[in-house]
Design a protein around this ligand. Structure first.
Ligand code: HEC
Length: 289
């Protein structure tokens, strides 16, 4: 005779059998983004890459991490990341349906790791048309010049008139000249690219950049740091120091973050393969008041 409470008790037991071991049997991992996403634009694909390290140490392959994107109170969708490149490295390509401050998280193993918000810009068609414009214009001119030159050459060979020879020469000259401006086109493009580079990411402070990296690189999974903010972070109690009011010299931190084992051979802290720029921003954040 099964009462409802017994069934519930049974289900709870079953659930705990499934869930508890995954946490105790080493069920935690650190997700480290390759880099903070920049210049995200609605309607344009963006690829995010990351590494999953079990216990923050061993790169963990064979997973199908779920990456969930949420525009608060509006919409939510998820994509599955696929393994690529090195062991434990995954990437997912996402196309945001619209602009806004998108929250997102990566669930790779057992825990769902929140990532720093992505600012997605409104889709803009202008840059892509500007880019493709010079090419057809030049191509048309060149094709025309060489085409007419060929006809002129044909006539010149047949009739041997001066006009035909002169016409051929002019067409060939115009066709060849069309190559000259083309070599300057990339320069112009590079310039416009530079100036049209949105100021968005570069205009944030080093400290703010460091705060985002502290989340994106997975530091928050091992270290408590109340300067990070209020979102729900899952920090594992594994003996890593609370970094809220940590101080050390920048020189020391540079060495430590580049390769913790070079400072302390038996440390539990992994080498997260940070770039120099990332390290400088992280130092600014850690040292901020
Ligand atoms: C897998 C867990 C883990 C991750 C991820 C991690 N740390 Fe650590 N970290 C530790 C542990 C453990 C220590 C204590 C090191 C020791 O004494 O061996 C530590 C120590 C430190 C220290 C203090 C060094 C000292 O000499 O006292 C700093 C600063 C630090 N971590 C910064 C970071 C930053 C920044 C990140 C992210 C880029 C990060 N950690 C990611 C585990 C981690």
């Amino acid at each position: 005779m099964f009462t409802r409470s017994r069934i519930l008790l049974g289900m709870a037991l079953l659930l705990s059998l499934i869930l508890v071991p995954s946490v105790f049997a080493g069920g935690w991992a650190v997700v480290t983004l390759d880099e903070l996403p920049v210049n995200a634009t609605a309607g344009e694909p963006l690829t995010v890459g990351f590494t999953v390290r079990q216990h923050g140490k061993t790169p963990l392959g064979g997973l199908s991490p779920t990456v969930t994107f949420t525009l608060p109170k509006e919409e939510q969708f998820a994509v599955t990341a696929e393994e690529d490149g090195d062991e434990g490295h995954y990437s997912a390509t996402v196309t945001f349906p619209k602009e806004g401050e998108w929250e997102w998280s990566i669930e790779a193993f057992t825990m769902n790791q929140p990532m720093p918000t992505i600012s997605v810009a409104a889709s803009s068609l202008a840059p892509s048309t500007a880019k493709s414009e010079p090419v057809p214009y030049m191509l048309i001119l060149r094709t025309l010049a060489f085409g007419l030159g060929l006809i002129g050459l044909f006539i010149a060979l047949r009739k041997k008139t001066r006009i035909a020879i002169a016409f051929t020469a002019i067409c060939l000259a115009v066709g060849l000249a069309s190559f000259i401006p083309v070599s300057t086109v990339p320069k112009v493009e590079a310039q416009t690219n530079l100036s049209s580079q949105p100021a968005g990411e570069s205009s944030i402070s080093q400290v703010e950049l460091g705060r985002r990296l502290f989340i994106a690189k997975g530091c928050i999974t091992c270290h408590v740091n109340s300067k990070v903010g209020s979102a729900d972070y899952w920090t594992i109690e594994m003996g890593a120091p609370n970094l809220t009011s940590f101080t050390a010299s920048p020189e020391y931190l540079r060495m430590w973050l580049a390769d913790p084992k070079s400072v302390k051979r038996l440390t539990e802290m992994p080498n997260l393969k940070l770039s120099e720029t990332e390290i400088e921003a992280l130092i600014a954040f850690i040292s901020s008041k």
